[in-house]
Design a protein around this ligand. Sequence first.
Ligand code: GH3
Ligand code: MG
Ligand code: MG
Ligand code: MG
Ligand code: MG
Length: 321
Amino acid sequence: KDDLPRLEESLHALIPLGPFRYNISGKALYLEDSLTVAKATDAKLKRLGLQMDHAFSIQQALQLLDNNKYELIMTDIVLQDNETGIDFIQRLRADNRFAQTPILAVTSLESVHRRIQALQSGANDYISKPVLDEELFARINNLISATRLIEQLTRERQRLLELATKDHLTGLYNRHFLTELAKRRFAEANRQQQALAVLVLDIDHFKQINDQFGHQTGDKVLKRVATALQAQCTTEQYLARFGGEEFVLLLPDCNLSTAHDKAQQLCQALQQLQPEGINTSVSIGVACLSTAREEYFDEVFARADKALYQAKQQGRNQVIA
Ligand code: GH3
Ligand code: MG
Ligand code: MG
Ligand code: MG
Ligand code: MG
């Protein structure tokens, strides 16, 4: 097996190829029990612009993986101490951290079933020993390019998801997202006879704040209020900016009395906030899913909104359930 590098050289001489430029950088990990093969591969990868870390055993490879970020993982199949590259690939694919990392199996030419096993275990590609430089480079380039494309698409998807579900100014959920979520939550709560409460919150005399301090300051007040409300909510309590200076909070597993307490707490927190040094308060309407009959978001929201209207009528800075 230690003659492999020389065999590769002679093969390479038989297949002369022109220079081909790849745009690759970063680090690769190679699990390989032959030091000679590892050293020869290291030299090849350097030409490609990849730094290589070498591990002799799965344990050593996993340790390196804990402490380094790799663009590519390469693995030999037949290792020492009854270990195989197949085991290693399976371990990697069971670990979320390496879900996106491309794996290249390095198999001996004749072991067809190992190659298939490697692919079935989650290797993205394989290359046979003796390794031809140009083939290795092309395969690595394709693997890393595909991974970069997936990473770019994942980021793009995340950005679009934010745009579609979040309010631009405050970073809270937007009306569309909360409405869709509420529809599902109401269907579920009806089916499972669970409590579900809706709070509608509206900043008092916000128009006066805009008129007196300007629209920009108004925006800052909105952001501060949103942040303060969010700070009082858990990840299971869904807060959205529903319109201009109006917010909706969906409280799963929450009956009317608990929802009323929560609303009081928010009302008091807001009164103490003084965003931008401005006295600010909110009025809150509370309503809860009926325990007597099936009810949907629109109906419960309408009741909470009516309660909010009453809170405004009765002098603002208060909660009506
Ligand atoms: P009430 O206590 O009855 O709720 O009085 P209000 O002045 O808060 O209510 P009204 O509905 O009369 O006015 C809401 C104001 O909120 C008017 C609108 O210009 C302002 N507004 C809506 N969206 C934004 C925003 O994104 N930024 C700023 N600065 N103002 C906004
Ligand atoms: Mg080996
Ligand atoms: Mg208002
Ligand atoms: Mg109003
Ligand atoms: Mg309003």
